[in-house]
Design a binder for this molecule. Structure first.
Ligand SMILES: Cc1cc2nc3c(=O)[nH]c(=O)nc-3n(C[C@H](O)[C@H](O)[C@H](O)COP(=O)(O)OP(=O)(O)OC[C@H]3O[C@@H](n4cnc5c(N)ncnc54)[C@H](O)[C@@H]3O)c2cc1C
Length: 171
């Protein structure tokens, strides 16, 4: 079983607005309208999505609840990314936890205070993925069943390939 993972949205008011997208959909080419985008989540997918959006939008921001963005990125690659963000003017708001969305406004908590990011045409969730296992009782499907990759726990291609190779050698 290598059925991957499903991207998730935060369980907050306004998450299903018509201007609210999943990063996966944006990267797959779902049309974003307007000239600005706010990406919720500054992990690997969030920063990739922000750079992608900058090709189409004048104003792009990333809002991340932790103190840094792209912490899983190799340090030299991350340094380059931060330089590029500065050059092209992608805003970074760290230590900022999004709490709700109202139309074009995104509300968040920053240092115990409420802050509002307004005027964003597109709001994009990049807050992670959850393992996707479409079948119940997978163990009963065959004599030997192996759940590997993101289906076991959403991580990276490195783990998925490693687990696939291990299972391939074992059977
Ligand atoms: C934007 C983005 C960038 C990423 N960049 C990196 C990176 O730079 N480096 C890295 O290591 N990782 C990266 N990852 C993570 C990496 O893509 C995943 O960890 C990896 O693809 C997991 O592999 P997998 O085979 O487990 O699942 P997937 O690659 O998701 O494959 C699962 C497949 O199963 C299919 N499927 C699901 N259900 C069924 C069913 N019922 N029947 C038949 N088929 C089904 C799906 O359609 C899909 O094709 C990135 C992820 C994203 C979203």
């Amino acid at each position: 079983m290598a059925t991957g993972a499903t991207p998730v949205k935060l369980d907050i008011p306004g998450r299903d607005g018509e201007n609210v997208y999943l990063a996966h959909d944006v990267l797959l080419g779902k049309k974003i309208l307007g000239n600005s985008a706010l990406v919720i989540g500054g992990g690997l997918v969030g920063v990739e999505t922000a750079e992608f959006c900058k090709d189409y939008c004048e104003k792009v921001a990333v809002v991340e609840m932790q103190e840094h963005i792209a912490t899983d990125m190799y340090m030299t690659v991350r340094d380059d990314l931060l330089k590029r963000f500065k050059q092209v003017g992608i805003e970074i708001h760290t230590g900022t936890k999004v709490t709700r969305i109202e139309g074009n406004k995104v509300y968040a908590e920053q240092n115990g205070k409420e802050v509002i990011f307004s005027g964003y045409d597109n709001i994009i969730f990049a807050v992670g993925s959850r393992a996707y296992q479409p079948f119940e009782n997978v163990e009963s499907l065959a004599k030997e069943v192996y759940v590997i990759g993101d289906a076991k726990g959403a991580r990276s291609a490195v783990e998925a390939i490693y687990e696939g190779a291990r299972v391939g050698m074992r059977i």
